[in-house]
Write a protein that binds this ligand. Structure first.
Ligand SMILES: [Zn+2]
Length: 488
């Protein structure tokens, strides 16, 4: 191990053997010393970009199951399903994700009869892009003993079929997970806040033991695991700067696309009742576990704020978050700051949802994806992608949060400045998991995580003072074939 000098970028940065920053800018060369390893870079060195809301198992699944992302019609979708299913054994499951009927010429939901034909009578479980609905075949419904005829299951109704879907082996999962994490490093991500399950958590630990973890993972466990966390006494921040446990993720409502977002006008679905929500928050406060409350509609957002309001000063690193906050009533904007609640948002959703929001939320679209209004109201923002629901590329998210709104002329007054958007992906995301002393800015003593940008693309990703992705000069125009370097 030796010190490292990241040279040629602006600013230059020196990292110590402990992976922390020794000096930034003018003093970097002297601080690194003459024996330092020199990594030659170009462009601007930003504090490392962090994705504050991502589903790593979902990203790994894309390497394991049928990926229907981008299919443009029902017919194209059925053709892809049919050619995937054909070589499989007669009773094998057809498992996949990514179909999106709102992007089809006829946006009607597909049926089990159509699916039965495409999969040749096999059991099939195909999750919609947003994960809030599944399209299932008659054979799958029969195996699960579920009496739904049309073939679309929503929210918790998906569970009995999902439980039957065969799981990949640990080795297959790890291999797919490693590929997914490598992709994220090429996007310039130095850390993520994951919304996953124990399987993902196990996989990251195995990858780490093999030196194959290219970025930091803060893990938020599902509500169903809260009793286990309480029982073993694990608390927010347990772990280290590579893998740590933070909060409990719970769903208050569904999604815009699945028409299950809970709105103040009474439409949508309550996934978690208010008494259950209040109980959950109290338990988490007692257990010193943070909460990540999925709330998309303005009704769900208000309920989340109501439940969090009494706990303003629960403990020193109590950082409750509302995930998505896609529609927030004007009266609730200031409550985020007042109750110390973080708005964990994914700007890229606005690009995909814009037309649907205009159609389904015509009266409130001016309060939707309203990061600027929340910022003005004093809310702390943490940005992410919600991948694989949307693309994980943080530069696409930065674009969506800033210039896109003006270009698309969609409530352009809600566009953020570039500096504010970048803060939400760096310092804001670090604060949202209590890591603001270690991450979020380039300052001596902090962990040396950087995203280096040249001419609008990521040229290097540095995590803990080590290169996790470096674009080789010849590949400047071929973003799709990066050269990842796994950690030693
Ligand atoms: Zn999500």
């Amino acid at each position: 191990m030796q010190t490292v000098l990241f040279a040629g970028c602006e600013p230059e940065v020196a990292a110590g053997v402990d992976g922390r920053i020794l000096a930034v800018g003018k003093g970097a060369r002297a601080a690194a010393g003459r024996r330092a390893e020199v990594v030659r870079l170009r462009g601007r060195a930003w504090p490392g970009l962090i994705d504050a809301h991502i589903h790593l198992e979902g990203l790994a699944d894309r390497h394991l199951t049928l990926d229907l992302t981008g299919t443009k019609s029902l017919n194209e979708t059925l053709a892809r399903i049919s050619s995937w299913a054909k070589p499989l054994p007669k009773d094998a499951w057809v498992v996949g994700t990514g179909w999106y009927n709102d992007a089809w010429p006829d946006p009607a939901f597909p049926t089990s009869t159509q699916l039965d034909k495409a999969v040749g009578g096999r059991p099939a479980y195909l999750r919609r892009k947003d994960g809030h609905s599944a399209w299932v075949s008659t054979a799958a419904l029969k195996l699960a003993g579920v009496g739904e005829r049309r073939g679309i299951l929503r929210e918790t109704a998906m569970d009995p079929v999902h439980a039957l879907v065969p799981k990949p082996s640990d080795a297959a999962l790890d291999d797919a997970m490693e590929r997914a994490l490598t992709d994220l490093a090429t996007f310039g991500l130095t850390g993520v806040h994951s919304m996953d399950s124990a399987r993902g958590f196990g996989s990251w630990q195995r990858l780490r033991n093999r030196g194959k973890l290219p970025l930091r993972i803060t893990y938020n466990l599902p509500l169903s695991d809260l009793p286990h966390a309480e029982r073993i006494g694990v608390r927010s921040g347990w772990g280290d700067e590579w893998i740590r446990i933070w909060g409990v993720k719970a769903f208050l409502d569904g999604s815009l696309g699945s028409r299950t977002a809970e709105m103040l006008d009474g439409s949508g679905t309550q996934v978690l009742s208010q008494p259950d929500l209040v109980d959950l928050v109290e338990r988490c406060v007692r257990a010193e576990l943070n909460v990540c409350l999925h709330a998309i509609g303005d009704g769900a957002v208000r309920r989340a704020l109501d439940a969090l309001a009494p706990h303003r000063e629960a403990w020193s690193s109590w950082r409750p978050r509302i995930e998505h906050a896609q529609c927030v009533n004007a009266k609730d904007m200031k409550r985020f700051a007042r109750h110390g609640v973080i708005a964990s948002m994914q700007p890229i959703h606005a690009v995909a949802d814009r037309e649907l929001a205009d159609q389904l939320w015509p009266r409130v679209s001016g309060h939707s994806y309203a990061w600027k209004a929340l910022e003005r109201a004093g809310a702390r923002l943490a940005f992410g992608s919600d991948a694989p629901v949307e693309i994980a590329d943080p530069l696409a998210g930065l674009e969506a949060a800033t210039v896109w709104r003006r270009k698309a002329n969609w409530h352009p007054e809600l566009a953020l400045s570039r500096a504010a958007a970048r803060r939400a992906y760096t310092a804001g995301a670090a604060y949202a998991v209590g890591m603001e002393k270690d991450l979020g800015t380039l300052r001596a003593g902090k962990l040396c995580d950087m995203t280096v940008i040249d001419q609008g693309r990521v040229v290097a990703t540095i995590v803990g003072g080590r290169v996790s992705f470096l674009q080789t000069p010849g590949e400047a125009s071929r973003r799709s074939s990066p050269k990842p370097r796994s950690r030693p």
